[in-house]
Design a protein around this ligand. Structure first.
Ligand SMILES: [Zn+2]
Length: 314
């Protein structure tokens, strides 16, 4: 028997077909090779190759040199020239280490990363023409990354992206119908149910959602209704600890795999502070979509969220 599930945050429609994970293709999927060297001569993002990139926007340093830095993207999605869409696009280098990935970064490396995310976000939202600032990460070619050195990206936009509009509309509808906030109910219900929880922290709830577009997505939900730029030292500390543990466990479970990280933040000019909670999705890119997904707008999930949550739990 097959089941239909709907993601309560995005309204994606998912057909649950657990036995499809037994397809023969699964046996030939192997993780990518991990880079072993800390420095790569031709990599523009490695420490020591600063001559490749001159337009630095932010960096954190210690006595050994820079640890993380944000630079203008040489090939931006948007720019500040006259046109139909306006914005800025920076590349945030996660660590100076070429072989340093989320799978092996230390807690203090994650702290520097999130301090950089917050700093760049806070700066980019100051521009009055900007409606939304998107933070994301593509890790390895299969996820859309063009360079191997671990990096994240931040893009400011003069429009509200449709996915954010969609999520805000879902929150509004929920409130109109129930006179309660969607995220309050999600957090309460997930904690009560318990099976899909990976970690229940002071400030963040980490779950394998009931239904998601890609099999095996993990969602990190801010428990408080704070805007991304309001994260303080305590939030950043817990978030860093959480990411370190989560990626350690993801590595144990499925190795050095491609993934995307998407950070969903409040749109800047729509009043929705109470309606919406910041959340982050870690999206594994083991498989790509086929014709069924592209042709129908429905997705097929082959995992049991409870079973995966149990394996990733900390
Ligand atoms: Zn590098």
């Amino acid at each position: 028997m097959k089941e239909i599930r709907i993601d309560n945050i995005k309204k994606d429609i998912v057909i649950v077909a657990k036995d499809r994970s037994k397809r023969p293709i699964d046996k030939v999927v192997s993780p990518q090779d991990e880079p072993t060297l800390e420095y790569e001569e031709k990599c523009p993002f490695c420490r020591g190759n600063e001559n490749y990139i001159t337009k630095e926007k932010f960096k954190i340093e210690d006595k050994t040199g820079w640890l993380v830095k944000s630079v203008e993207n040489k090939f931006p999605i948007v720019d500040n020239l006259p046109g139909e869409i306006y914005g800025l696009h920076e590349v945030m280098i996660d660590t100076y280490r070429h072989n340093g990935s989320f799978y092996d970064m230390s807690e203090s490396e994650f702290e520097n990363l999130f301090i950089m995310y917050k700093n760049r976000y806070t700066q980019l939202i100051c521009d009055k023409k900007i409606e939304y600032v998107s933070i994301f990460k593509n890790f390895l070619r299969k996820s859309g990354a063009s360079l191997a050195h671990p990096h994240s990206q931040i893009v400011s936009l003069s429009i509200v992206p449709p996915e954010i509009e969609n999520q805000i509309d879902i929150c509004k509808d929920y409130y109109d119908k129930n006179k309660k906030y969607l995220y309050d109910d999600i957090i309460k219900n997930e904690i009560e149910f318990g099976d899909r929880i990976i970690n229940d922290g002071v400030y963040f709830l980490v779950i394998v959602p009931y239904a998601t577009k890609f099999s095996g997505e993990v969602r990190i939900i801010f428990k408080e209704k704070i805007k991304f730029e309001k994260m303080n030292e305590k939030h950043i500390k817990e978030l860093s600890k959480t990411f370190k543990k989560l990626f350690e466990n993801l590595y144990k479970e499925s190795g050095y795999n491609a993934f995307n990280l998407c950070v969903y933040t409040h749109p800047l000019k729509i009043e929705c502070e109470n309606l919406f909670n910041v959340h982050m999705d870690v999206i594994p890119r083991k498989y790509s979509f086929g014709g069924f997904e592209l042709g129908t707008g429905m997705y097929v999930s082959s995992i049991d969220p409870g079973e995966l949550a149990k394996k990733l739990k900390f």
